[in-house]
Design a protein around this ligand. Structure first.
Ligand SMILES: Nc1nc2c(ncn2[C@@H]2O[C@H](COP(=O)(O)OP(=O)(O)O)[C@@H](O)[C@H]2O)c(=O)[nH]1
Ligand SMILES: [Mg+2]
Length: 354
C-alpha cells in the first residue's frame, strides 16, 4: 500500500496534514515520507469551493437537522425517528443511519446530550466515521499505474483529464491509455484533455482491444520515463460479462508487463446517483480488486450524504472528489474540510436566509 490514513486532522487552511512520523528520521522514515507524501497541496480556495459545492446537501441534511432540534426538550424516540427520515432522505444509507442513531442514543443516555447538541455531535461522528484522509500517493521509483473504472457517465474520462493535468503540473510525468475503445467519443474526449494539458494519450482505433492499448501504453511509459500511467476504461454495465472480462484482461497485462507493481484501481462513483451508485461497486470489486473511490459531481447534488456510507459499504476510502467539470475541480478528499463545509458556522448564512 502506498497510502496510509493521516492521523492528524488538519485545519482547512493548513492543507493536508502529513502522515504521522516517528521522532527520529532514519532512512526508513525518509523512505516512508517519500512514499506517502500527498501528491497535491490544497489550500483555502478548495475549502471555499467545497462549501459552495455541498450547498444542496447542506440544505437537505444539515439545515433540516438544525430545524428539527429547535425547541425540542429531550432526545426521545419521536425525535430520533424524524432524524432517521432526514438521514435516509439525504442518501446517508441505512447502515450508517442506524449507527448514527445508536451513537446519539448513547450520548443522550450517558452524557445527557440534548437536542441542541445534535448537529455538533453528528458532525463529529460523521467525520470520525470517514476515518481520515487517504490522498493519492505515488511511488517515486517505479511506474505508477492508476486504473479508473466505473459505469458509463460517472465521470471517468473527465476525471482522468483533470488528474493528468494536475499530475503533469505537479512535475509527475504522466501518460494516458485511452482504453475505453468501446465509445468512439471517449477516445476523442481523452485526446482533447491530453492536448490541453500536454499529456500524451496512447490510443488505438475505436472498437480495438483495450488490453492492447494498455500494453502499448505501458511500453510508451517505460520508453519515455513516465512516472504515472492513467488508464481510462469502458463502463457499459449492460454488457457486464464482457466488460468484466475486459477489465480482468487489462489487469493481467499490467501484472505481466510490470511484475511487482500493484496498480491502484479507483472506482468512480457519481454522487448524484446517491445510494443507487453503491450497488454498481460490487461487480467492479470482484473483477478488478478496487483500491479506492473517486466521488464525482458532488457539486449541485443533494445526495452528497452518500459519502458517509461508502467506507462502510465498500470498505474503500474516498480518495478524490470532483466538484465540477473544470480541470481545477478535482481534489483530494479531506474529511475535515468536507464536514466543516457541511456543518461549519461559516458554511454560508446566505443559504439559511432563503
Ligand atoms: N458537475 C460535474 N460534472 C462532472 C463531474 N465529473 C464529470 N462530469 C461530467 O459528467 C459527464 C460524463 O463524464 P465522462 O467523463 O464522459 O464520464 P465517463 O463515461 O465515466 O467517462 C460529462 O458531461 C462531465 O463533464 C463533476 O465532478 N461535476
Ligand atoms: Mg469515458
Amino acid at each position: 500500500m502506498w497510502f496510509k490514513p493521516k492521523e492528524e486532522k488538519p485545519a482547512a487552511e493548513e492543507g493536508p496534514a502529513p502522515a504521522a512520523q516517528p521522532a527520529k528520521k532514519g532512512i526508513f522514515t525518509r523512505a516512508w515520507e517519500a512514499l506517502n507524501k500527498p501528491v497535491f497541496d490544497q489550500d483555502e480556495e478548495w475549502a471555499i469551493k467545497t462549501r459552495a459545492a455541498v450547498k444542496e446537501t447542506r440544505r437537505v441534511l444539515v439545515h433540516q437537522v438544525q430545524v428539527l432540534v429547535l425547541g425540542r426538550g429531550k432526545i426521545d424516540d419521536e425525535l430520533l425517528e424524524e432524524l432517521e427520515a432526514i438521514l435516509i432522505g439525504s442518501d446517508v444509507g441505512v447502515e450508517t443511519t442506524d449507527d448514527i442513531l445508536a451513537h446519539l442514543r448513547k450520548l443522550a443516555r450517558e452524557q445527557a446530550l440534548l437536542p441542541a447538541g445534535i448537529p455538533d455531535a453528528l458532525a463529529a461522528y460523521l467525520e470520525e466515521r470517514l476515518g481520515g484522509a487517504y490522498p493519492l500517493t505515488l511511488s517515486p521509483d517505479q511506474l505508477n499505474v492508476i486504473m479508473i473504472v466505473g459505469v458509463n457517465g460517472v465521470g471517468k474520462t473527465t476525471t482522468i483529464g483533470k488528474l493528468a493535468a494536475r499530475l503533469q503540473t505537479a512535475g509527475k510525468p504522466t501518460i494516458v491509455a485511452a482504453a475505453d475503445t468501446f465509445r468512439a467519443a471517449a477516445i476523442e474526449q481523452m485526446e482533447i484533455w491530453g492536448e490541453r494539458s500536454g499529456v500524451e494519450v496512447v490510443r488505438h482505433k475505436h472498437g480495438g482491444d483495450a488490453a492492447a492499448v494498455v500494453f502499448d501504453a505501458i511500453h510508451a511509459a517505460k520508453a519515455r520515463n513516465k512516472q504515472v500511467l492513467l488508464i481510462d476504461t469502458a463502463g457499459r454495465l449492460h454488457n457486464k460479462t464482457n466488460l468484466m472480462e475486459e477489465l480482468r484482461k487489462i489487469r493481467k497485462i499490467i501484472d505481466r508487463e510490470l511484475p511487482g507493481t500493484t496498480p491502484q484501481v479507483l472506482l468512480v462513483l457519481d454522487a448524484t446517483t446517491g445510494q443507487n451508485g453503491l450497488r454498481q461497486a460490487e461487480v467492479f470489486k470482484e473483477a478488478t480488486g478496487l483500491t479506492g473511490v473517486i466521488l464525482t459531481k458532488l457539486d449541485g447534488t443533494a445526495k452528497g450524504g452518500v459519502i458517509f456510507g461508502i467506507k462502510a459499504a465498500l470498505d474503500l476510502p474516498v480518495q478524490l472528489v470532483g466538484l465540477g467539470e473544470k480541470v481545477e475541480d478535482l481534489g483530494d478528499f479531506d474529511p475535515h474540510t468536507f464536514v466543516s463545509a457541511l456543518f461549519g458556522k461559516d458554511a454560508g448564512p446566505e443559504e439559511t436566509a432563503v
